[in-house]
Design a protein around this ligand. Structure first.
Ligand code: MTE
Ligand code: MO
Length: 368
């Protein structure tokens, strides 16, 4: 990068197609993705849950950490981690997906974290419902937004800011937002927001602010960088766009057989192969159908259930594989009747690409 990235209004480098830049590869090394071979599991093993950290991971100690409720409140207060852990406890499996998942498949590509398929996972999040804690602070009549501020600070497009996002009082009333300190029965890991984050179930991951320090009640709409300058779906430079909220319907396949080391193409022997994977949609909307492309025909998979309202559904199908090379694919439909597109929908920043997952499989003669 030759431009000064800290200058006000700094632009992202342009990318059109093809080869990734060293900076994108470095971003991919920092922000790991799920291992697709764990897609047979309802809960993603903690160490393989994807990561998306914009800045540096702040190293916070649980002992000194305080959550402040500030701003237009009649009863502002603060809670230590000890007080937070004593609140009514709830554990909820929630599927998180990064809004940038699939960006590398959008053309032309935006210069950012080059996700392919793997920025999704499901964890059992332990914490407490947020809404009663906001009520306790007695928000004033004119409150329009609650801003959630993280402890991580950095620059994007020349603008210095703490990572922050907001939700309106109506959204708080409608979403089951949780204040979270545990993940899969363990304390949150530093990279997942320790000691405290929120989880906004059914929404893309950007809303689930990590390293939460402050909740500020505002009498106008929050104007933070991560709220208004990014995470909008836009078709071109002049498009003001629409805010990104709920997750689009999507599915993934656990890659069958075994891989080639560098291409990750798959190898199986002819015969019965059980294909399986996961499917999910946003806003708590269940999956009603998953189809799998076997050769030339889409065939219905069996749905194997989901652990909870906001978590993905399992699916499976048996395939009588005969020798050849196949591009398998899976596509989900949700209870709203929405089906995944075959081609990537275009977005300026490559957000919300929910096009079908394709997996190249080489089927060898049985006994080969
Ligand atoms: N404070 C803070 N919160 C954050 C982020 C961040 O960079 N800073 N990234 C967001 C994005 S874009 C996503 S997709 C999720 C990822 O959560 P995970 O890394 O625990 O999977 O965290 C969100 N919360
Ligand atoms: Mo994200």
């Amino acid at each position: 990068m030759t431009n000064n990235p800290f200058a006000p209004g700094a632009k992202r480098p342009e990318v059109t197609e093809g080869v990734f830049s060293p900076e994108e590869v470095a971003l991919a090394n920092r922000n790991s993705g799920a291992l697709l071979e764990t897609l047979g599991l309802e809960i993603t093993p903690t160490g393989t849950h994807y990561l998306l950290n914009h800045f540096d991971v702040p190293v916070l100690s649980e002992a000194g950490h305080v959550l402040r409720f500030e701003g237009a409140l009649d009863a502002p207060y603060a809670l230590t981690m000890e007080e937070i852990r004593a609140l009514p406890e709830k554990t909820m499996p929630v599927t998180l997906e990064c809004a940038g998942n699939g960006r590398a498949g959008v053309s032309p590509r935006c210069f950012s974290m080059p996700w392919m398929y793997e920025a999704v996972g499901t964890s059992e999040w332990t914490g407490t419902p947020l809404a009663p804690l906001l009520e306790r602070a007695k928000p004033q009549a004119g409150v329009q937004d609650f801003a959630f501020l993280g402890a991580d600070f950095g620059f994007d497009k020349g603008q210095p800011h703490y990572f922050g996002r907001s939700l309106t009082p109506a959204q708080i009333a409608e979403l089951d937002v949780m204040l979270v300190w545990g993940m899969n029965g363990q304390p949150l890991l530093p990279q997942h927001g320790a000691p405290l984050r929120i989880i906004v179930p059914g929404w893309y991951g950007m809303a689930s602010v990590k390293w939460l320090t402050t909740i500020e009640a505002l009498t106008e709409r929050y104007q933070g960088f991560q709220q208004v300058q990014t995470y909008r779906l836009r078709k071109d430079e002049d498009d003001p766009g629409t805010p990104i909220t709920t997750i689009r319907v999507k599915s993934l396949m656990k890659p069958p057989g075994v891989p080639d080391w560098v291409t990750r193409q798959r190898w199986v022997q002819a015969g019965r192969v059980t294909l399986e994977g996961r499917a999910w949609s946003g806003g708590g909307v269940p999956i009603t159908r998953v189809e799998v492309l076997l050769g030339d025909t889409w065939q219905d998979a069996e749905l194997t259930g989901r652990p909870d309202t906001y978590a993905w559904t399992g699916w499976r199908i048996d395939w009588d594989a005969t020798p050849g090379v196949y591009d398998l694919a899976c596509r989900a439909t949700d209870a709203n009747g929405t089906t995944q597109p075959l081609e990537a929908p275009f977005d300026m920043a490559g957000f919300a690409n929910n096009s079908v997952h394709r997996v190249r499989v080489h089927v060898a003669e049985a006994g080969a």
